[in-house]
Design a binder for this molecule. Structure first.
Ligand code: TPP
Length: 284
């Protein structure tokens, strides 16, 4: 398959992930649309191009791991795992209902394919660093990918984990920063700015840093992950400059953190994602 064909496949997958994310959250009627939709393209690239996984054997020993440290973006992970074949995607439409296997935040005891439990911001990256060290010590070829938010990066524990990962030269670790410039209450720059930037911080902690100008462009993400995999002796941070709510017609214009639109707005939002999925499929 040529690179052009692969990029088309990944764009189609990203559009399908967006559609299924909307259906998953829409089944409940409210939830974290913003930070889920900004991650769809990165999820498509990781699961569609790079991760060594077997959906029929989620625990296989030499698998790559993905940790959604910004655990409120659980729905985009559930959509991705369902599409990849861990379970029928319709199961995820029981999002956050009693006794569900699809809680609002990712839980390793509930959902096949979820490697670590998250939800308390700043916790997942530390778990991912521990997993990366453990897998290295065991001699596994596995890579650990972890996604954090730019608001989440206000947590001090993120930087303890970053320091540890650089010290132990965890080159099997890639941190994807969903740099969508917004957190729960508004713009990150107004609430708690990152000084010279999150990339500059990771650089100061001894990481390899790759700025991805458009973090919703699958080809830019694809090239950045390839470069991360080639980097030896240090972990890599990919700073994905994304748009919060990307592709959700009721959330993208405002960058809302959580959305509770009307039933009609949900129908329109899902229909728009269906149309863009069909349009992307028709492209070459
Ligand atoms: C320790 C902790 N404090 C507060 C929250 C509540 N909370 C959930 S999401 C969120 C904002 C996160 O912003 P960001 O990481 O930028 O997420 P994104 O924009 O990517 O969705 C907050 C404050 C939490 N889950 N954990």
């Amino acid at each position: 398959m040529s690179k052009q064909e692969k990029m088309h496949e990944l764009r189609v997958l990203a559009a399908q992930i967006r559609l299924e994310t909307m259906k998953t959250i829409g089944s409940l009627g409210f939830g974290h649309v913003g930070g889920s939709m900004s991650m769809a393209d990165a999820m498509a690239v990781l699961y569609g191009a790079y991760m060594n996984i077997d959906p029929k054997n989620p625990q296989k020993e030499d698998r790559d791991w993905f940790v959604m440290s910004k655990g409120h973006a659980g729905p985009v992970m559930y959509a991705t795992l369902g599409i990849m074949g861990y379970y029928p995607i319709e199961e995820a439409y029981k999002l956050n209902t009693p006794h569900t296997n699809f809680p609002s935040h990712t839980d390793r005891t509930k959902t096949p394919g979820v490697d670590l439990t998250t939800g308390s911001l700043g916790q997942g990256i530390g778990e991912a660093v521990g997993a990366a060290l453990g897998l290295k010590v065991q001699g596994q070829p596995s890579r650990v990918y972890v996604a954090i938010g730019d608001g989440e990066a206000d947590e001090g524990s993120v930087w303890e984990a970053a320091q540890f990962a650089a010290h132990y030269k965890l080159d099997n670790l890639v941190c994807l920063v969903d740099n969508n410039k917004r957190q729960l209450d508004g713009p990150v720059a107004d609430i708690m700015s990152h000084g010279k930037g999150i990339g500059a911080k990771f650089d100061a902690f001894g990481w390899n840093v790759i700025e991805v100008e458009d973090g919703n462009d699958v080809e830019q993400i694809y090239d950045a992950v390839a470069s991360a995999i080639e980097t030896k002796g240090m972990p890599t941070a990919l700073i994905l400059n994304t748009v919060k709510g990307k592709g959700a017609i009721f959330a993208e214009p405002t960058g809302a953190h959580s959305s509770q639109p009307t039933k009609e707005q949900w129908e329109e939002g899902i229909k728009a994602c269906e149309e863009s999925y069909e349009a992307v499929k028709a492209q070459n």
